[in-house]
Design a protein. Structure first.
Length: 160
């Protein structure tokens, strides 16, 4: 039986995580859905970074909009997040805490600007009962820009 795959990602400013999620979707043909906060972040990049730091520091889980696809209907779920202060974005934590991961295979991937932190470990601890495979850290430039540091070859090898 073929396993059904879903890619769930969160991306705010430069769309780096979205870019990787779409690259994965194109290669696998999996369904894809974006996590969105009920109240969008606003302001400059630095405003969002500062708000994100406050949220991470207090373990905040923002309300997220319902997804158009139900992760319960899938066997394999790739979860993509930007790195916010050494961990996953708060919206991704909200998503992970709202589902049962028993019997699922989770493929955690993160984008970061040079400080991967403990994102993968944090995703694993939030997905109790899941199996994990093909975890990936993808680095972009440290200025918060969209210039890829991790080689395309390494990303393609991960995807295939």
């Amino acid at each position: 039986m073929e396993k059904k795959m879903l890619i769930v990602y969160y991306s705010v400013s430069n769309g780096n995580t979205k870019r990787i999620a779409e690259q994965l979707q194109k290669a696998t043909g999996a369904d894809i859905v974006r996590i969105e906060t009920a109240t969008p972040y606003s302001g400059s990049y630095n405003d969002i970074v500062e708000q994100g730091q406050r949220e991470v520091n207090r373990g905040y889980q923002p309300e997220i909009k319902p997804l158009s696809l139900n992760p319960a209907d899938y066997d394999v779920i790739a979860v993509g997040t930007p790195t916010w202060w050494y961990t996953m974005a708060p919206a991704v934590l909200s998503f992970l805490k709202s589902y049962d991961w028993k019997g699922k295979t989770v493929i955690p991937f993160q984008t970061h600007g040079g400080w991967p932190g403990h994102v993968i470990k944090d995703i694993k601890s939030a997905c109790k009962g899941a199996d994990f495979s093909h975890e990936m850290e993808i680095q972009f430039d440290s200025s918060g820009g969209a210039e890829l540091v991790t080689s395309d070859k390494k990303i393609e090898a991960w995807i295939t």
